[in-house]
Design a protein around this ligand. Structure first.
Ligand code: ATP
Length: 358
């Protein structure tokens, strides 16, 4: 098991910065996802680690070895790409043996290891089949077996599930995680799918426009986004404009009402902020001609979308902003479209970030 240390890696293409001073360390055996929208630089970073691209600055170390100057085939890295990367004229076994043959491993050992790897990915009985005789998911399992057969120090996966349909994607991502745990191999998994990244990783590294904006455990990324991009990109949030009025107790002003936000502690008084609220943290009650309770916002239910156990309500606040609230479906009877409601949340529910545009 090896650590991976990426230190201040930078890359430009034609004078445009694609990677900006990226530093990231993976512990031996760690599974980390690089997550971000298309064009943020994930693949470029992966290609620099793999040796298909040279960094303009910075270093990449695998265990004790500085691999920055080594050609790709000397880095001892296994890689799985999006799809269609198998040799079409070779059987599953021959595909898996390929890397071993190149490394001049003896034939008996090639056969033994190919059989072991195909067993690991659950394809032992398909060993003699050609890629066109296998489903997309099975082909990616062969690609994974091929990458692991060389017993690499690091596994790189570049959107390996993106060409597969939804059900197979979920099955295979769980399978990849199982196999990674069994082999204990340090792994970097590139994806633009947040659910995928959050569900299988030890840690998630979120990239945005060439920057690494946050690295953390999935729950931390979801519950405590450190950057407005992360707050918008991960999960669903409503965003309201606010102002800090009490940075000691954590009180913000939203639409002229005082609302609780422990997260505002430490942010300067009068600072303009963006308030991010997860729909599951918003509480709604019908405003029955009664005065508006303290620490709430008032609005009108505009839309209801049935999600199963919960129903998502869109509330148009009186200042024109929109707030989403997930309410247990059994409790929505009174909350009809057009109904006047007041909305509130607990002290720890709102995530407050300084509004850098203001
Ligand atoms: P995607 O998920 O779409 O592959 P990504 O996050 O992996 O996106 P990259 O493929 O790393 O992003 O690309 C980052 C930026 O660098 C993009 O704007 C891309 O157009 C540009 N880029 C990538 N490779 C090259 C190249 N060889 N020459 C010029 N520009 C490139």
């Amino acid at each position: 098991m090896s650590s991976l240390i990426i230190d201040k890696v930078a890359k430009q293409f034609a004078g445009r910065t694609v990677l900006n001073d990226i530093s990231l360390t993976l512990a031996p055996g760690e599974f980390l996802s690089l997550l971000g929208p298309s064009g943020c630089g994930k693949t470029t970073l992966l290609r620099i680690i793999a040796g298909f691209e040279r960094a303009d600055q910075g270093s990449v170390r695998l265990g004790d070895l500085d691999i920055g100057q080594l050609p790709a085939n000397r880095r001892n890295i296994g890689m799985v790409f999006q799809a269609y990367s198998l040799f079409p004229n070779m059987t599953a076994t021959e595909n898996v043996r390929f890397g071993l043959r190149v490394r001049k491993v003896n034939v008996t050992e090639q056969q033994r290891r190919a059989a072991e790897m195909l067993e690991l990915v659950g394809l032992a009985e398909h060993a003699g089949k050609y890629p066109h005789q296998l489903s997309g998911g099975q082909q990616q399992r062969v690609a994974l077996a091929r990458a692991l057969a060389i017993q690499p120090a690091l596994l790189l996966l570049d959107e390996p599930l993106s060409a597969l349909d939804a059900q197979v994607r979920v099955q295979l991502r769980e399978e990849i995680r199982r196999i990674q745990r069994e082999t204990g191999i340090t792994t970097v998994f590139v994806t633009h799918d947040q659910e995928e990244a959050l569900s299988i990783s030890d840690r998630v590294a979120v990239m945005y426009q060439g920057d690494l904006v946050q690295v953390g455990a999935p729950a931390e990324i979801y519950q405590d986004p450190a950057h407005d991009f992360v707050a918008r990109f991960i999960g669903v949030s409503s965003v309201l404009a606010g102002q800090v009025v009490d940075s000691e107790n954590g009180t913000i002003l939203v639409n002229r009402m005082r609302l609780p936000a422990s997260n505002a502690r430490g942010i300067g008084r009068d600072e303009n902020v963006q308030v991010y609220l997860r729909p599951e943290h918003v509480q709604l009650s019908v405003l029955n001609g009664t005065p508006q309770p303290e620490h709430t916002l008032v609005g009108t239910v505009q839309e209801r979308v049935f999600l199963g156990a919960t129903t998502r309500l869109t509330v148009q606040l009186d200042n024109g902003e929109r707030l989403l609230a997930d309410i247990p479906t059994g409790q929505i009877a009174e909350l009809d479209i057009g109904c006047r409601v007041h909305a509130g949340w607990d002290l720890d529910a709102a995530r407050v970030l300084v509004d850098r545009a203001s």
